[in-house]
Design a protein. Structure first.
Length: 697
């Protein structure tokens, strides 16, 4: 009972979390006193009275067993010490005996298991039995919880420390700046709604996407990941860790849904521009899937955020006692690849039609894993491929904003700051687009390549770079070009902008403020009538520059876009400097939905290209001429529908479509463009309460 529970003290003097909450906190619980001693009241949970309330069918005590003191039957006798024994004992001895027996009762009471007729997530969502991260590994295995919690097992005291730390952080945030406080506070409120009522959560999100995308997605999701161990209340998604090697094939069955359409997986190694956040990176997978539901209408019961925890190289997290992930350095090499292989085999064996989006893996793995899986699994890498498509659409928009036709794109000079998964992904895809426009032959490729200058942490990348990253090599500036341009290996960004006079500077460097006053001043000499700036790094503080800086230094002609949202800039005289959001959120939901609804076995380059082209053509001439090159977030559901339809049609054209539900490949091929859009629209989930009925088993 409640007394018994409070008296359960573990060896370390900490209260041991009991199997059951205090009886007094259970609604409508009928309690039957069974024993009365002078100093203790105990209750029989095995009473014949039915439990009332929602746990009625799920809670059952094991039957009483006959046995010695310490077992249930032994305890029942504990207070019934025979009259003769009572008489034969001195009062002190009798007192000691009674104490000893009742202690045995309490201990047994604490150890006595509660039989639950539920497993896995149902336990985690039951506040009476949930222990969260304090479930031991054996309990996790016994109760089907493996993978449903972050890998670290913590004590109940650590749970309290974490909660208190988080509570205090709120006070700290209030001191440090109000905007921060509000964004995390809003996230908490929305997150609690997400835990209570998914339909309502998504209705709020869809109806107010412009207001809340910045909370569930970038930039706030970055702060959420940074503070995840403190914000953690309930797990969401699945956690596969290095400790789960050999178990993943069975672990996937701990997930309650028989059908999963979309998985977003991260290993937490490069979360936005915030670096290695280890297990805390699960927040980004959750945020991306929120957009899958809100923008693409993927059924929220069929999404699965996944964290693969192979350790972290973040020294702060390695030392943090409240960190919820594995506190060891990241696995590397073959060991790492084997874990990802095992994960892919496991999820595709349970859900053969699932689509896996790789998110925020550090560049070296982003490229390698993409090459490894893209021809065999339905997967894509959002940072490499989604970002590339969004950038191409924006770059084409920037050409149109100059009043020139898209076909002039191959003439644009583009300086890219950042040679990671995103930067190289963009240069690869954008140069291919140029090459296609130029005839798709070797000369075209060479000409396209020469339109790009890549600057990374060591400056301009040239053929002379020692230990050059193989992914960047094709775009290293040639020696002959350097002398001609007056540039050297490692030249600074300012120097490059001054000498090249580019039409576009595009930042995917994760360095906030990299497009400094000097860089922007240099861009004033751009050979373009409307130079374009893409400050694409996330979250907000990592943006290479702000729209205020861009418009105030370069003037109203500049075309500006950023990865995280900024407000438009008032230029005076009724003029507005448009701040576009150039974020892969305009493509990944449509790529995923189009792949799902076409039943394409892989995500081909052509499908990605079709998605990018649809986004580019979505913007109307008059919008583009005003410098509006991406749609507002409020139109994200509409643009996603269009992108998905373009992906379906391309999958059909490439003969990759195998159909979805009743719509087989042949039927898909028969759909007109308009009908394809309708087909997509009709398959998007809407946040409406379903009719629910009860049927006895
Ligand atoms: N807007 C979007 O849709 C979008 C999509 C993907 C990634 N991103 C952002 O792009 C950023 C980079 O992502 P990534 O995966 O490529 O990361 P990454 O860490 O792999 O790459 C960062 C690159 O920036 C370079 N860099 C560092 N300092 C520099 C400097 N001073 N000057 C020039 N280059 C410098 C590094 O050398 C490296 O090549 C992140 O902030 C991420 O949030 C944005
Ligand atoms: O997550 C985003 O907002 C975009 C992109 O995937 C990133 O990694 O920054
Ligand atoms: Mg990303």
């Amino acid at each position: 009972g409640d007394r018994a529970r409070l008296l359960c003290v573990g060896a370390n003097g900490q209260p041991r979390p009991a199997e059951r909450p205090p009886a007094s906190s259970r609604p409508n619980r009928r309690i039957v006193p069974t024993h009365r001693t002078s100093h203790r009241k105990s209750y029989d949970y095995a009473s014949p009275f039915p439990l009332v309330g929602r746990n009625q069918h799920q809670l059952q005590r094991p039957p009483l067993a006959a046995g010695p003191a310490g077992t249930r039957a032994g305890m029942a006798n504990a207070s019934s010490i025979s009259r003769s024994l009572r008489r034969s004992l001195a009062p002190d001895a009798l007192h000691r005996l009674l104490l000893q027996r009742s202690r045995a009762f309490v201990t047994a009471e604490c150890h006595r298991p509660v039989v639950l007729h539920k497993r896995g997530p149902d336990i985690l969502h039951d506040p009476w039995f949930n222990r969260g991260t304090a479930f031991s590994m054996t309990e996790r295995d016994r109760l089907g919880l493996r993978g449903l919690l972050p890998p670290s097992v913590v004590s109940s005291q650590q749970q309290i420390d974490r909660f208190m730390g988080d509570l205090k952080r709120l006070e700290q945030n209030a001191r440090d700046g109000p905007s921060d406080t509000y964004q995390l506070a809003k996230w908490r409120i929305l997150n609690r709604l997400h835990d209570r009522n998914e339909t309502m959560y998504y209705k709020v999100l869809i109806d107010n996407i412009e207001e809340y995308a910045p909370i569930v997605y970038t930039p706030t999701v970055g702060a959420v990941c940074q503070n995840y161990s403190g914000l953690f209340r309930r797990p969401r998604g699945m956690y596969f860790s290095a400790e789960d090697r050999g178990e993943m094939m069975s672990m996937v069955y701990n997930w309650p849904a028989d059908q999963v359409d979309m998985i977003v997986v991260t290993d937490g190694s490069r979360i936005l521009g915030l670096g290695d956040l280890g297990v805390q990176g699960i927040g980004i997978a959750i945020g991306k899937l929120d957009l899958y539901v809100a923008a693409a209408g993927i059924n929220p019961q069929r999404v699965l955020p996944v964290m693969i925890d192979v350790g972290t190289n973040n020294e702060k997290l390695l030392k943090d006692p409240l960190y919820l992930g594995l506190q060891e350095h990241r696995l590397e090499g073959e060991e790492y690849v084997e874990i990802i292989d095992e994960f892919m085999e496991a999820v595709f064996s349970r859900w053969p039609n699932v689509i896996v989006q790789f998110e925020d893996f550090q560049s070296k793995w982003a490229f390698r894993l993409l090459q490894r899986y893209r021809k065999t699994y339905r997967m894509f890498n959002d940072d490499v491929q989604g970002t590339a498509g969004v950038a191409i659409a924006g770059l084409l928009g920037a050409v149109r904003a100059q009043g020139r036709p898209m076909i002039d794109f191959p003439k644009q000079k583009i300086v890219v700051a950042g040679a990671g998964s995103a930067g190289i992904g963009v240069v690869n895809a954008a140069s291919r687009t140029m090459a296609r426009m130029l005839g798709n032959n070797e000369v075209a490729f060479e000409s396209a390549r020469s339109q790009f200058w890549i600057v990374d942490a060591h400056g301009l990348i040239t053929e002379e770079r020692v230990d050059i990253d193989p992914d960047a090599r094709p775009f290293a500036r040639r020696k002959s070009e350097l002398t001609h341009q007056g540039l050297n290996e490692g030249a600074s960004l300012i120097e490059v902008v001054k000498k090249v006079k580019p039409d576009v500077i595009l930042g995917l460097s994760a360095v906030g403020g990299l497009f400094s006053k000097e860089v922007l001043e240099a861009l004033k000499d751009s050979s373009s009538s409307r130079p374009a700036i893409f400050a694409m790094s996330n979250p907000t503080k990592n943006a290479e520059c702000t729209p205020e800086e861009a418009f105030s230094i370069i003037g109203e002609k500049v075309v500006f876009s950023s990865g995280s949202p900024f407000d438009d800039v008032d230029l005076g005289d009724g003029k507005i400097g448009h701040s576009n959001q150039g974020n892969n959120m305009y493509l990944f939901p449509g790529i995923g939905l189009g792949t799902l609804l076409s039943g394409a076995r892989i995500v081909s380059d052509g499908m990605l290209q079709a998605a990018a082209e649809r986004l580019a053509s979505y913007m109307k001439e008059e919008e583009v001429l005003q410098g509006i090159i991406y749609p507002p977030t409020s139109r994200i559901r509409d643009i996603t529908k269009e992108v998905a339809a373009a992906v379906v049609r391309e999958a059909v054209a490439e003969d990759l479509a195998e159909g979805y539900r009743d719509m087989d490949a042949r039927e898909l091929a028969r759909l007109s463009e308009e009908e394809t859009v309708d087909y997509v629209k009709n398959n998007m989930w809407n946040p409406v309460y379903p009719t629910v009925v009860y049927k006895k088993d």
